[in-house]
Each structure stands twice: as structure tokens, then as C-alpha cells.
Design a protein around this ligand. Structure first.
Ligand SMILES: O=c1ccn([C@@H]2O[C@H](COP(=O)(O)O)[C@@H](O)[C@H]2O)c(=O)[nH]1
Length: 275
């Protein structure tokens, strides 16, 4: 999906919501456990209930890998089921020497190799340019580079200073030599709202993938006020607060309600801050 097509989806739906399909087999409602593939059945019902309110889905690969080959099968079916209008993100946080990164890229971008095709994959930047560039060799596919993550440990390395500048700021600056705003996004945690204004001076045009709203307590109004640009420039992810809003037979309805509440709030911020 192109930058323009993504913005078009956001404008039409008045939503920059990305729903995290962090489907933990241990948390699936009991009534689904007798189905052939409970993880896929859960995801299918979540997608059917929420697709109108979001523009993106982000399965976190850990939740599928943990179930071995069965998990990969559920992931593959889920990705095929997501409507093509939605931007798909493999939250895999990969990156290795170039030769190995090339294989990670094939895993998520080349359906003839792996049976999977995502629009984007999250990549860790710390092995440098040759660990990231193999992902960019796939046409029309996106790299989402970890910049300033949402977790408490983000301060351990990302906020250390090198030459008077935070490491995460170096990531933002140096990686601009690898690709432009049409192929690269950055992860910035919703819990880091105080940094958004500064981040926007370094990367005014790029999309940011912003996890940490909902279960991690990030403030949607604040991050939208400081993080939004003229093309929205934000994909805000919520996983647990939506997909586990309910635990009974009406779990998908409960998820729909949570997704709709976030979408309605986002519509207000798009009117206010998307300039
Ligand atoms: O900085 C980061 C990077 C990735 N994540 C991932 O996003 C979701 C958040 O889930 P919630 O349930 O909404 O907290 C999850 O897959 C994380 O691994 C992140 O939280 N922070």
C-alpha cells in the first residue's frame, strides 16, 4: 500500500486505528476451543466486527510462533482474511546481517516463499544499514524501524546520548539515508508523548506506528496533538484493550464497541490536528 492510499483510507474512515491481533491461545473464549482453529476463528470474528473502525491490523508474530506450525497456519489464514483495504503489519522486530535479513524479508513479504504477505514489518535498527536495506529491496513494502519504544526499558539504550544527541534521534536521522517517508515508518510509544514534538522536527512527514494506548496507558489526545501531520502521519495501535474487551460469547461485540470508541475519538482529533 502506498503512502497516499493509506492516507486515503484514514480520511475515508476518519480513523488511524491499528488493531493488534495479539491472540493468546490461553485467553481465547472457552466456546471457541472446540473449533478446528480457535486462533483463526477468534481473529476472524474480531476482524469482521472491527474492520469498519480501523485502517490497519498488526499481528504480533510472537503470539503465533509460540504455537509452532499450528500458529503459523493461523497467522497465514488471518493475513489472507484481512480485507485488502487494510494495512498489515508483521510486528516481528527482526534485523540481522544482510544475508539473514534477506530471508526475514522473504518470510513476511514473499508469499511464494512463505505463504505470507504483509505490507510492513517492524525492524530493530541496531545492526545498522545492511541489516535494514534487504527489507527495502521488496517493492511497495515498508520497514517500521524501532525508534523510541513504549516500554520502561526504552530508557536503557534509546535515551543514552551520543555526541549530545539521544541514540533514538540518531536512529531517526541516519535512517533517512536508507528510505523516505514513502517506505519507512518509525515506532514511537504512546507513553512517550512528551517527545513527539521534537520527533516531528526531525521527521515531519513520516508515519509513526504508536503502540501503548489502552493497556499501557498512553494518552491519545496528547500524542495526536503533538504527533499528527498534514497526512495524519499516525497509526495508533491498541491490542489487549480491544481484542480482550470481552471474554464470553459476545467478545467480538465488545471489541467492536472499544474500536468504535477509539475511532470516534480519532475523528475529532483528525478534524482538529490534521493540518
Ligand atoms: O514500543 C513498542 C513496540 C511494540 N509494541 C507492541 O505493540 C502491542 C501493544 O499491545 P497492547 O496490548 O495494546 O499493550 C504489542 O504487540 C507489543 O508487543 C509495544 O507495545 N511497544
Amino acid at each position: 500500500m502506498t503512502y497516499e492510499a493509506l492516507f486515503e483510507q484514514i480520511s475515508q474512515k476518519k480513523s488511524y486505528l491499528c488493531i493488534g491481533l495479539d491472540t493468546d491461545i490461553r485467553k481465547i473464549p472457552a466456546h471457541l476451543s472446540k473449533t478446528a482453529d480457535p486462533v483463526f476463528e477468534f481473529n476472524k470474528q474480531i476482524i469482521d466486527a472491527t474492520a469498519d473502525f480501523c485502517v490497519s491490523y498488526k499481528p504480533n508474530i510472537a503470539f503465533y510462533e509460540a504455537s509452532g506450525s499450528k500458529g503459523w497456519e493461523s497467522l497465514q489464514k488471518t493475513i489472507e482474511y484481512i480485507p485488502k483495504s487494510h494495512f498489515t503489519i508483521a510486528d516481528a522486530k527482526r534485523g540481522d546481517i544482510g544475508n539473514t535479513s534477506g530471508l526475514y524479508a522473504r518470510t513476511f513479504f514473499d508469499p511464494s516463499a512463505s505463504g505470507l504477505e504483509f505490507d510492513a514489518v517492524t525492524v530493530a535498527p541496531y545492526m545498522g544499514s545492511d541489516s535494514v536495506i534487504p527489507f527495502l529491496e521488496f517493492e511497495n513494502k515498508w520497514v517500521i524501524l524501532l525508534a523510541l519504544t513504549s516500554n520502561p526499558g526504552s530508557g536503557d539504550f534509546q535515551r543514552l546520548q551520543a555526541d549530545g544527541t539521544h541514540i533514538y534521534e540518531h536512529v531517526l536521522k541516519i535512517s533517512q539515508n536508507w528510505a523516505g517517508a514513502d517506505r519507512m515508518m518509525y515506532v514511537v510509544g504512546a507513553t512517550q508523548a512528551a517527545e513527539f514534538e521534537k520527533i516531528r522536527t526531525i521527521i515531519p512527514d513520516h508515519f509513526l506506528l504508536v503502540p501503548g494506548v489502552g493497556a499501557q496507558g498512553g494518552n491519545l489526545e496528547e500524542l495526536s496533538r503533538f504527533g499528527m501531520n498534514a497526512h495524519c502521519g499516525l497509526l495508533v495501535n491498541a491490542s489487549r484493550s480491544i481484542i480482550y474487551a470481552g471474554s464470553g460469547v459476545d467478545f467480538a461485540q465488545k471489541a467492536k464497541h472499544e474500536a468504535q470508541l477509539l475511532q470516534q475519538e480519532m475523528a475529532v482529533y483528525l478534524d482538529k490536528y490534521c493540518k
